[in-house]
Design a binder for this molecule. Sequence first.
Ligand SMILES: [Zn+2]
Length: 65
Amino acid sequence: MTTVEKLELEHFKSAKSHVQEYCPNGTKIDCCRDLIERGMLQKKCDKIHFKRIIKPHTDCNHFEK
Ligand SMILES: [Zn+2]
């Protein structure tokens, strides 16, 4: 594989990785609850969440980082 081909492949991979899927939990809050229930709170969810007006105080502040 040539250098150019490698660069194109890397570009393709990085572009593909930007295609995010929607989180099956819907909103961040529901996603957070799901992670808490499964004891995976430390795990960050990178999927797209539906936007919804939520209370200012949540237990999911780590999602905003
Ligand atoms: Zn999620």
